[in-house]
Design a protein around this ligand. Structure first.
Ligand code: NAG
Ligand code: NAG
Ligand code: NAG
Ligand code: NAG
Length: 508
């Protein structure tokens, strides 16, 4: 059989790598059946076990490569002989061979140059939805060093399956069905290309391996990481919110109008762009108002109108154009006092936005120096503990760790992080979301409350990184939303948001 031959080729290649770098580090993989029906878990090497909904099967001491899959509608006798409708391994409960296609596969190859490779594959077709992810029980340094912490195929592939691939056991692969070179890639890696069938699978499952040499789709983690495999993982039902920047264009509508759209959960007023090193702090709100003549105090009513709708209003400090830096820890405390007294719960005769008490401060630091931002965060939080809560938000760039805020973010004091996945080619969306997802999983290691995907609200809003709303909703958010720290989407900015937030809101 071409497919088997081909997989053998791939695996002997992986095996050689495995053997040459094998170490004794043990990895554990826990398999959970979350389907409402019974699944007979199968592993080669490993064996197999019947799992009712909620039951688990743990594979310990794994050191090489192998595959895990699920079997359905099985019947075995006392000796473990019988058969399954899908995924059957030569009629045994304890598999010593691979399963019969179609079956969704979790494949791994450990200890390759101190890295593990793992992914969900639909190269042999699809029977049940599966997810392969980094286990929270892994050593702490693992997840931040994984290229991507989750691979999954959870769409209704059987429902969408092309007629010619349909099978009582699931949705079959074109090699098994048509047995030709093009689909089986018998002629080797160099001429093995995606086909309309692999594109069908890819469209439903972006993270999965979809044709025999689809090597872009592999996830890697440092050796020693533990993993979870879940049959029928839950689809995220989480609802995030949208944060928007407001203040850099006089034509974007008032702050009150912005809140009245009902699309946003947080508005960042941008920017306080001069402060620190003895400078008189100053606000720049473009054409909205002139702070030098006290012209922005009238925004107080707008701030209150937003807050009465449950919308948080933050002051964003920094920005792309300005003059700011902190010269010392003492300077950081001076700025914290200034912010507290002039924008937050303190008192001053010269509050630029009037008496409204803002909900917190957003650090949008892309200039100046990298030092003392952690001191500023600590000094602001000290106020928060005394009086009303001060929310801290930061907007780092997606390359990890952030050049400016790296150490401040590790304080664990930030409630929200809006990571800017634009104007940053190494980690932004570029026709596919591989890099974006990979960096997103690195950001999950930051000890922050909620993490937001920072995006431009239109193609004109940034030099690069724009994601059309339908692509964001169907191809990016479903997997990003599975992260426990997912908070939603942050948009730059109200000025450019001509329908984008409305289009994505149902899926955020
Ligand atoms: C794993 O390996 C260790 C050490 O070789 C051994 O003591 C233990 O019993 C093994 N566990 C399983 C589940 O095979
Ligand atoms: C993993 O990442 C941490 C920082 O996030 C780093 O200190 C450590 O050296 C990395 N470990 C490996 C094996 O790359
Ligand atoms: C299993 O399913 C339940 C209910 O759908 C869900 O709440 C839970 O998060 C799922 N677990 C996993 C690991 O997907
Ligand atoms: C910090 O800002 C002040 C005022 O603009 C400037 O004079 C100083 O050179 C800056 N320091 C650094 C290290 O950039």
């Amino acid at each position: 059989m071409g497919l088997i031959q081909n997989l053998l080729n791939v695996f002997s290649f992986l095996l050689i790598l495995t053997l040459s770098f094998a170490s004794s580090r043990a990895t554990q993989i826990e398999i959970l059946n979350n389907c409402t029906y019974t699944v007979w878990a199968a592993a080669n090497p490993g064996g197999g076990k019947q799992l009712k909904q909620g039951e688990t099967y743990t594979l310990s001491n794994i050191t090489s490569s192998g595959r895990i899959w699920g079997r359905t509608k099985c019947a075995f006798d006392r000796e473990g002989h019988g058969k399954c409708e899908s995924g059957d391994c030569e009629g045994r409960l304890h598999c010593q061979a691979n399963g019969r296609a179609p079956n969704t596969l979790a494949q791994y190859s450990l200890n390759q140059r101190n890295n593990d490779v793992f992914y969900i594959s639909v190269v042999e077709g699809f029977n049940i939805p599966m997810e392969f992810s980094v286990s929270p029980s892994s050593p702490p340094s693992s997840s931040s060093n994984c290229s991507n912490a989750i691979s999954e195929c959870t769409a209704d592939v059987n429902g969408a399956c092309p007629m010619e691939l349909r099978d009582p056991a699931g949705c079959n692969n074109p090699c098994t069905v048509f047995r030709n070179n093009q689909f089986c890639c018998n002629s080797g890696m160099s001429i093995c290309k995606p086909t309309s069938y692999s594109e069908f699978f890819k469209d439903l499952c972006q993270d999965a391996f979809t044709f025999p040499y689809d090597f872009d789709q592999r996830n890697t983690c440092p050796t020693g990481t533990n993993y979870n495999v879940v049959f029928c993982p839950s689809q995220s039902t989480k609802t995030g919110m949208i944060i928007v920047y407001w203040g850099q264009s006089g034509n974007e509508g008032s702050l009150a109008d912005t809140c009245a759209t009902g699309n946003y959960g947080v508005v960042n007023i941008a920017f306080l762009n001069t402060f620190g090193s003895g400078q008189t702090p100053s606000l720049n709100l473009a054409g909205h108002c002139d702070p030098t003549t006290n012209g922005c105090t009238r925004l107080s009513n707008d701030v209150k109108a937003c807050q009465s709708k449950g919308i948080k209003v933050m002051l964003s400090i920094g920005g792309g154009v300005g003059s700011y830096n902190l010269s010392s820890a003492e300077d950081a405390r001076v700025i914290a006092d200034y912010l507290w007294n002039n924008f937050l719960g303190g008192q001053s005769d010269s509050r630029p936005l009037g008496d409204a008490v803002l909900d917190g401060i957003d650090f949008d630091i892309v200039g100046g120096t990298t030092r003392y931002w952690d001191e500023l965060a600590k000094a602001l939080i000290a106020y928060s503990q005394q009086m009303n809560k001060v929310y801290l938000c930061a907007s780092p760039q997606c390359p990890f760790p952030d050049a400016w805020l790296g150490s401040a973010l590790n304080t664990g004091l930030f409630d929200f992080l809006s990571v800017q996945f634009y104007n940053n080619p190494p980690c932004e969306y570029s026709g596919n979301a591989q890099d974006l997802k990979s960096y997103w999983s690195k950001w999950m290691s930051i000890p922050a409350g909620q993490i937001f995907l920072g995006l431009p609200a239109s193609p004109e809003a940034s030099g690069s990184g724009y994601i059309p709303p339908d692509v964001l909703s169907s191809k990016v958010l479903p997997s990003i939303k599975r992260s426990p720290k997912y908070g939603g989407v942050t948009l730059w900015s109200k000025q450019y948001d001509n329908g984008y937030s409305s289009a994505i809101k149902p899926n955020v």
